[in-house]
Design a protein around this ligand. Structure first.
Ligand code: IPM
Ligand code: MN
Length: 351
């Protein structure tokens, strides 16, 4: 097959980890006879510096006309420490999600057998964990009306959801549950929030379409606790934008390192694949960042094209590297630490 893939490296460690995912994807393409044309485009602080805008129209056109987007990370400390900055890299990310219609953010959490001791959680609690979040990504409090009043002394962010937005996200969750162990948890705060009551009522209304799926409804505060206490109780979780943002960072602790978890953002046409970690500016340019999450995001990309075998080859190479200690310093624990590039080279040559 032939693919055009938009390549948005972004800021911080983004370019370094993206380079490794490109190398690995090219090795997979060569092995299976595919042809990938990479279309690099600017985003984040890098784009603000170059053209004054974190998600330029030109970048959007490249993304919208590609078969997929592979994304690194965005964010720069010079903006974090300046609340009055008129444009921020994160605005580019939100604009991109909205304009590409990426309403479902798929964030899996799984454990690697060779890394069970790296998690701060007890091995017997996490062994066998395999769950996936479907986080709503283009609505909710991230996109509702926000502002200040009373001379700036009162601030507000509005959480808004439509039934249609809930339905399309929930449908992705139900469909994933049907492919997995047929368990779905709707995470909300229906004891307090009206939006959550709409979520619950909408999902309840869909249950009859999926009679085989066992649906549970849990409050977000309880899930925050039970997720790290009994992660194996969960399979597919569906939730709104902000709850999903918080819970997926929490869930990454189960796997032992944020540098390991990939994600996919699915929409109405093009899909985007990115590591869940951020731009980690302290490590930028040092060849120490863990490229595994980005490499695994490329695996999700192949799987999303319907190429399960290609995805598996990448996952197998990552598992082998982890088992053989071909890891960056975040996982080396006193043992030999490999550079970002060396891990990427090893993965590509093992494919
Ligand atoms: C994420 C990030 C973003 C979010 C930030 C950078 C805007 O934390 O992708 O989870 O909150 O969605
Ligand atoms: Mn986040």
């Amino acid at each position: 097959m032939k693919f055009n893939i938009a390549l948005l490296a972004g800021d911080g460690i983004g370019p370094e980890v993206i380079d490794q995912a490109v190398k690995v994807s090219d090795a997979v393409a060569k092995k299976f006879g595919h042809e990938i044309t990479w279309k690099p485009a600017l985003t984040g602080a890098a784009a603000i510096d170059a053209v004054g805008e974190p998600y330029p129209d030109e970048t959007h056109e490249i993304c919208a006309s590609s078969d997929a987007v592979l994304f690194g990370a965005i964010g720069h400390p010079k903006f974090d420490n300046d609340p009055s900055a008129p444009v921020r890299p994160e605005q580019g990310l939100l604009k991109m999600r909205k304009k590409l219609g990426l309403f479902a953010n798929v964030r899996p959490t799984f454990v690697f057998p060779s890394l069970l001791d790296k998690s701060p959680l007890k091995k017997e609690r996490i062994e066998g964990t395999d769950l996936v979040f479907f986080r709503e990504l283009t609505s909710g409090v991230y996109f509702g009306e926000k502002g200040r009043r009373d001379d700036g002394n009162t601030a507000y962010d509005t959480n808004v959801y439509t039934k249609e937005e809930v339905t399309r996200l929930a449908r992705k969750g139900f469909e994933a549950a049907m492919q997995r162990s047929k368990k779905l948890c709707c995470v909300d705060k229906a004891n307090v929030m009206e939006t959550s009551r709409l979520w619950r009522e909408t999902v309840q209304g869909m249950e009859k379409e999926y009679p085989e799926v066992e649906v549970s409804y849990e409050f977000v505060d309880a899930v925050a606790m039970r997720l790290v206490q009994w992660p194996k109780d969960y399979d597919v979780l569906i939730t709104e934008n902000l709850f999903g943002d918080v819970l997926t960072d929490e869930a990454s602790v189960i796997s032992g390192s944020m540098g390991l978890m990939p994600s996919a953002s699915l929409g109405t046409s093009v899909s985007l694949f990115e590591p869940i970690h951020g731009s980690y500016p302290q490590a930028a340019g040092k060849n120490i960042a863990n490229p595994m999450a980005t490499v695994l995001s490329a695996a999700m990309m192949f799987e999303n094209f319907g190429l399960a075998e290609e995805g598996k080859v990448i996952r197998d190479a990552v598992n082998k590297a982890l088992a053989e200690g071909i890891v960056t310093e975040d996982l080396a624990e006193g043992g030999k630490a490999y550079g970002t590039k060396e891990v990427g080279d090893w993965l590509a040559s093992n494919i």
